[in-house]
Design a protein around this ligand. Structure first.
Ligand SMILES: NC(=O)c1ccc[n+]([C@@H]2O[C@H](COP(=O)([O-])OP(=O)(O)OC[C@H]3O[C@@H](n4cnc5c(N)ncnc54)[C@H](OP(=O)(O)O)[C@@H]3O)[C@@H](O)[C@H]2O)c1
Length: 242
């Protein structure tokens, strides 16, 4: 830890668990100030308490928000304005999947998956861009998935959301690179979290650890301003054989 993010202000969405929590932890470890969000208030509060142990003196704060709801996103960014006084880094991490054949997906399920993984990232991006202008630049890191590259049966909504998130990332980069906005997206394979709905009794030895994704985020942020890492694919070295 070198404290290279001292003075930087970040929002990490979906940070009460899993990858988002590990990213928030890593940013705080490098002395950034961080606002986290999630939908479940109790989980968010528990995670906030854990993070506060590594980041005293108000460097971490938490606000309940569902990124698929525009009003929640507006409130989250207003909260961050008060807590952070500006914004330098946005990590669009909040996401989840419903895995069902296209013909069996309900419209409501489709809307929830697209709303969180794709529209949520857009709502946060459009709040972040004017704030970055006031900070003379900023970084957006979107947590996509190898499901944004490899369609699979049962993945219609999740695949579509993550393919879309990749496109949103690249188009936003082209729109705002001359405003000193850097946009990166990470496509992980299986990460050892409760993403698939299962509790996590034991860490799995073969999957990517959430902390490894957090290290990638730090590597992206460590690049000199002249250089932008656009897209990172990451997968388990030795996936479990079926
Ligand atoms: N785990 C994997 O294998 C894997 C692989 C590739 C990509 N990813 C991506 O990585 C990201 C994080 O996944 P994870 O594995 O860490 O999942 P996770 O352990 O289930 O954590 C997801 C986090 O997002 C929050 N969240 C979910 N929906 C939200 C919403 N609408 N608004 C705000 N917060 C929301 C959850 O809290 P609440 O439920 O309280 O809202 C939780 O804090 C996702 O975008 C996922 O698609 C995961």
């Amino acid at each position: 830890m070198t404290g290279f993010l001292q003075g930087k202000r970040a929002i990490v969405t979906g940070a009460s668990k899993g990858i988002g929590f590990a990213i928030a932890q890593a940013l705080l470890g490098e002395e950034a100030s961080v606002v986290i969000c999630g939908r479940n208030q109790q989980h968010l509060q528990e995670s906030f308490e854990r993070l506060r142990q590594i980041a005293p003196a108000g460097r971490v704060s938490a606000e309940t928000a569902d990124v698929s709801r525009r009003q929640d996103v507006a409130r989250l960014f207003e909260f961050a304005d008060k807590e952070l006084g500006g914004l330098d880094i946005l990590v669009n991490n909040a996401g989840f999947g419903i895995f069902r054949a296209a013909g069996e997906l309900s419209v409501e399920e489709w809307d929830r998956v697209i709303g969180t993984n794709l529209s949520g990232a857009f709502y946060c991006t459009r709040e972040a861009i004017p704030r970055f202008a006031r900070s003379r630049g900023g970084s957006i890191i979107n947590i996509s998935s190898l499901a944004g590259k490899n369609p699979f049966a049962g993945g219609a909504a999740y695949n579509a959301a993550k393919f879309g998130l990749n496109a949103l990332s690249e188009a936003t980069m082209l729109d705002h690179r001359y405003d000193n906005v850097r946009v990166s997206y990470i496509l992980p394979g299986s990460v050892d979290t409760g993403f698939a709905g299962e509790p996590r009794p034991n860490r799995s030895s073969w999957k990517i650890a959430p902390e490894d994704i957090a290290q990638i985020v730090l590597s992206i942020l460590r690049m000199p301003e002249r250089t932008m890492i656009s897209r990172v694919e990451v997968r388990p070295s030795r996936p479990q054989k079926n």
